[in-house]
Design a protein around this ligand. Structure first.
Ligand code: AMP
Ligand code: ZN
Length: 467
């Protein structure tokens, strides 16, 4: 079975085939840290956390990079209002973002690079664009020239006229074409600036993601993701800059998450209809919010309302009650014989497991995967009501733990590495050893060791133990 993903580059659902088998490179555009993230932003971060967890569950080793945008107009304005540096502002909101990340059980990325720590890489990329004739300098600014790049528009598959109508293009007499965009912005009075071959200034927004994605993940990534508003112009521009420089595809799969709406409109700071997690968690556990996000497919819009949050809360409670009952049963049902009905269900747990995978393989359909969990819950509840065996309880709980590790809800312990992940890594280490690629084999061993997995090479093969 292969994972199928909806790729916005082609507009189609496709088989997911990473560039290097078993190893996925994944870049997600991260927060702009001029204020606390709202729960609309957080929907996007949870959606891609589930996708990342699922890829791991299916045996891929995922390197996940999520940047921090710590310089832009909003950062500068807010820091000036507050009389602090953009660095102080960023530090404050990065901490808050990390707190929200923990509350929502979003796994931290492997790398969380900050734009301002990558100015040399950004300048290097702009220089290459200038050398290739894809960019031009104008009075201390540098712009990408879309007319010099005929493939411009390949991600959104639109004509220049359509793009111009769809974008809020910045009017600026220094630009040769209205859709040209800034790679480097010269310093305005009172603004923070870095030295560059074009004088003091700061990077444009799009170029920061290209520079950081390619630095940490290589010229061609497997997955590039963000909220749907980033599709155009941000991702179109990232693609043009990156492929323009390397001549290679920039990302094989482009994934975009739909909005969280409130009262019929996108939740957004500029509309003023936002809630943050601090406000929401006075009434709902963050786990309820995460569960609510999962109740629809990540590409479908979701409307926030008290009614829906309350039904998410009671649905989650039903699942947690079952877990509690089963735990009780493990402790007290040791003498209980497995009934024929239970034996039948035990023999079908693998089928439930397969159906969950089938739904998640279908473009990470968490809503349909939850329906599978609820179906099992109904079946088990009927059996538990008649008093059940420890064996059944153990079997169902183990399956719930597996699902919890993917969805990031219903988890009873910390995020452990699953057996499937360990086995996939052990197999790859074996392959590396057969190919005499000792450094790769050691790297995998160290990676496992960091997660408390100890490997033992025995004459019968490799065994592993959890510390
Ligand atoms: P920002 O911090 O503004 O750069 O946004 C961070 C992420 O949140 C981006 O991927 C946006 O696409 C996403 N985003 C913004 N508003 C919403 C919303 N209402 N629902 C879902 N995602 C959103
Ligand atoms: Zn980006």
């Amino acid at each position: 079975m292969t994972i199928r993903v909806h790729n916005d580059l082609t507009g189609k659902k496709e088989d997911f085939v990473p560039l290097r088998p078993g190893r996925v490179t994944f870049y997600l555009c991260g927060p702009t840290v001029y204020g606390r993230a709202h729960i609309g932003n957080l929907r996007t971060f949870v959606s891609f956390d589930v996708i990342r967890r699922y890829l791991r569950y299916r045996g891929h080793e995922v390197t996940f990079v999520r940047n921090v945008t710590d310089v832009d107009d909003r950062m500068i304005k807010r820091s000036q209002e507050r009389g602090i540096t953009i660095d102080e502002l960023a530090t404050q909101y990065i901490e808050l973002f990390e707190t929200d990340q923990r509350s929502l059980n979003i796994l931290p990325p492997e790398v969380a690079p900050r734009a301002t720590a990558h100015v040399p890489e950004i300048i290097g990329l702009i220089e290459r664009l200038l050398q290739k004739g894809l960019a031009y300098e104008a009075d201390g600014d540098v712009y990408f020239s879309i007319e010099a790049y005929p493939e411009y528009g390949q991600l959104t598959r639109q004509s220049l006229d359509e793009m111009q109508a769809g974008a809020r293009v910045e009017v600026n007499e220094r630009k040769r074409h209205p859709l040209d965009f800034a790679l480097w912005k010269r310093q305005k009075p009172g603004e923070p600036a870095w030295n560059s071959p074009w004088g003091p200034g700061r990077p444009g927004w799009h170029i920061e993601c290209s520079a950081m994605a390619m630095k940490y993940l290589g010229d061609t990534l497997d997955i590039h993701a963000g909220g749907i508003d980033l599709l155009f112009p941000h991702h179109e521009n990232e693609l043009a800059q990156s492929s323009g420089v390397t001549g290679k595809p920039f990302a094989r799969y482009w994934l975009h998450g739909a909005f969280l709406n409130f009262e019929g409109e996108k939740m957004s700071k500029s509309l003023g209809n936002v809630f943050d997690l601090g406000e929401l968690s006075r009434r709902y556990d963050p786990e309820v919010l995460r569960f609510f996000y999962l109740s629809v497919h990540y590409r479908s819009p979701l409307s926030l309302s008290d009614e829906l949050l309350q039904s998410a809360r009671s649905a989650l409670e039903r699942l947690k009650n079952l877990q509690d009952n089963l735990r009780y049963q493990v402790e007290h049902g040791a003498l209980q014989q497995v009934t024929p009905d239970e034996a039948d269900l035990l023999s079908r747990l693998g089928e439930y497991r397969r159906r969950f995978i089938e739904q998640m393989d279908d473009d990470f359909n968490s809503a349909a995967a939850l329906a599978v969990i609820f179906q099992l819950t109904r079946e088990v509840n009927l059996l538990v009501a008649r008093g059940g065996s420890a064996e059944l309880a153990r079997g169902v709980l183990a399956l719930f733990d597996e699902w919890a590790g993917v969805l990031g809800v219903l988890q009873t312990g910390p995020n452990p590495i699953t057996d499937a992940e360990v086995e996939a890594l052990v197999t790859r280490r074996q392959e590396a050893r057969r190919a005499k690629n000792w450094s790769e084999a050691d790297r995998i061993r160290d990676r496992l060791a960091a997660q408390g997995i100890v490997l033992e090479d025995t004459p019968q093969g490799v065994r592993y133990k959890r510390k």
